[in-house]
Design a protein around this ligand. Structure first.
Ligand code: PRP
Ligand code: HPA
Length: 185
């Protein structure tokens, strides 16, 4: 069924901007500086977690100043909904990373089931270390594991459904140049 575009537009009109473009870009640059300082000599294989990780991955890797290999994987549990379900692998990594360090880039660490499963998968598949970078870490006490943290975090946000910078509302607004919170959520 096609989305109701009038509704999709209204959602943006009513949304609260949590972080404007300049703030998000500054956060991405800070992440890049830290990754450059810590991973430049590690020859990591970098994986973008599709679809949400697309924008942050592109903006982040272009600020990394060392040679790296870039690929993607796709694991999803929200499927255009605002609450998560069972994790479904749409595409597993194709590039080999046995005995290599891996850097996973995603848009958001929410409950963390997605990131935890990807970390586990990469370790089982032979990665010598798994580093993780997320643009946003949502603050609440529903994490898959209480100690689950990403190594590189751009921003922390309140416990609301957010979109923009790769994150979608019903498949839309991944392109929004800012991070917005849905009215009433
Ligand atoms: O921390 P969690 O609660 O597991 O949620 C985070 C994950 O959810 C979103 O992906 P989604 O399942 O929406 O797939 P998509 O990126 O293709 O939209 C997001 O891009 C993260 O990968
Ligand atoms: O708040 C969110 N917004 C968009 N996608 C998401 N995936 C998990 N949480 C979110």
């Amino acid at each position: 069924m096609s989305a109701d575009l009038a509704h999709i537009r209204q959602v943006m009109e009513e949304a609260d901007c949590l972080f404007d473009e300049a703030t998000v870009e500054a956060a991405i640059s800070q992440m890049a500086a830290k990754i450059n300082a810590e991973l430049a000599e590690r020859n990591p294989v970098v994986f973008c977690v599709m679809n949400g990780g697309l924008i942050i991955s592109g903006k982040l890797v272009s600020q990394l100043n060392f040679p790296l290999e870039l690929s993607y994987l796709h694991a999803t549990r929200y499927r255009n909904e605002t609450t998560g379900g069972e994790l479904f692998w749409k595409a597993k990594p194709e590039i080999s990373f046995i005995d290599r360090e891996v850097l996973i880039i995603d848009d958001i660490l929410d409950e963390g089931h997605t990131l935890a499963a990807i970390i586990e998968f990469c370790k089982h598949a032979g990665a010598s270390a798994v580093h993780t970078a997320v643009l946003v870490d949502k603050q609440h006490d529903r994490k898959a594991r209480p100690d689950l943290k990403a190594d590189y975090v751009g921003l922390e946000c309140e416990d609301r459904y957010i979109f923009g910078y790769g994150m979608d509302y019903k498949g839309y607004w991944r392109n929004a140049a800012g991070i917005f919170a849905l009215k009433g959520h």
